[in-house]
Design a protein around this ligand. Structure first.
Ligand SMILES: O=P(O)(O)OC[C@H]1O[C@H](OP(=O)(O)OP(=O)(O)O)[C@H](O)[C@@H]1O
Ligand SMILES: Nc1nc2[nH]cnc2c(=O)[nH]1
Length: 185
């Protein structure tokens, strides 16, 4: 898809590249401070969307951390969660005894995180904390603790910085509202 067509599909820039950069700096500084003396930190990202957030935050951290990814499916290619989690590919790390920090791009219904936190605890993680770049509280159906939050956003379908519609728009360097004309009819 040409970049001009992509821009035409965005009805509003919700969070600019500059705002993202400075928030990512803040989050990474806070996490680095809080985990400076914590052993066995493991940062986990849920593919595909959170890859952008995980890399951007850990790259800015002033402490060293192992990273791992998990691929879960709840949304498929569309806009509504199926509320059934399928593990497409699992972590390669044994999380038993690890202090896990999940880095997510967005918390919407909370279903994904609610499932993942329970699963990591079931596998014996010593602690599980959450960083989410975006939270959409109006959509919440499952309460999840967010220890580090970037932005609270309104109930709009957003794309960019990891977030997709039909696997496009992830590589935008800002977060925008997808124009409803894109998914109408
Ligand atoms: O709070 P929830 O309602 O569970 O929604 C949040 C989940 O939705 C998105 O992933 P998605 O399933 O779209 O997969 P993707 O990252 O591959 O795009 C996002 O990355 C979260 O993992
Ligand atoms: N792209 C995208 N994926 C989501 N998953 C849950 N909420 C959203 C959203 O607003 N946009």
């Amino acid at each position: 898809m040409k970049y001009d067509d992509v821009k035409d599909s965005i009805s509003q820039v919700l969070i600019s590249h500059e705002e993202l950069d400075s928030k990512l700096d803040e989050l990474a500084a806070q996490i680095s401070q809080d985990y400076a003396d914590v052993d066995n930190l493991l940062c986990i990202g849920v593919l595909k969307g959170a890859a952008y957030t995980l890399v951007s935050v850990t790259r800015r951290m002033s402490i060293s951390t192992p990273v791992d990814f998990m691929s879960l499916s709840s949304y498929g290619s569309g806009m509504e969660s199926s509320h059934t989690i399928t593990v497409r590919s699992d972590l390669t790390t044994d999380v038993a005894g690890k202090n896990v920090l999940i880095l997510e791009d967005i918390v919407d219904s909370g279903y994904t995180l609610n499932w993942l936190i329970a699963e990591l605890k079931r596998r014996g993680a010593a602690s599980v904390k959450v960083m989410a770049l975006l939270s959409k509280p109006e959509r919440r159906e499952y309460e999840v603790p967010i220890d580090y939050l970037g932005f609270t956003i309104p109930n709009e379908f957003v794309v960019g910085f990891g977030m997709d519609y039909n696997d496009h728009y992830r590589n935008l360097d800002f977060i925008g509202v997808l124009d409803p004309k894109v998914y109408a009819n």
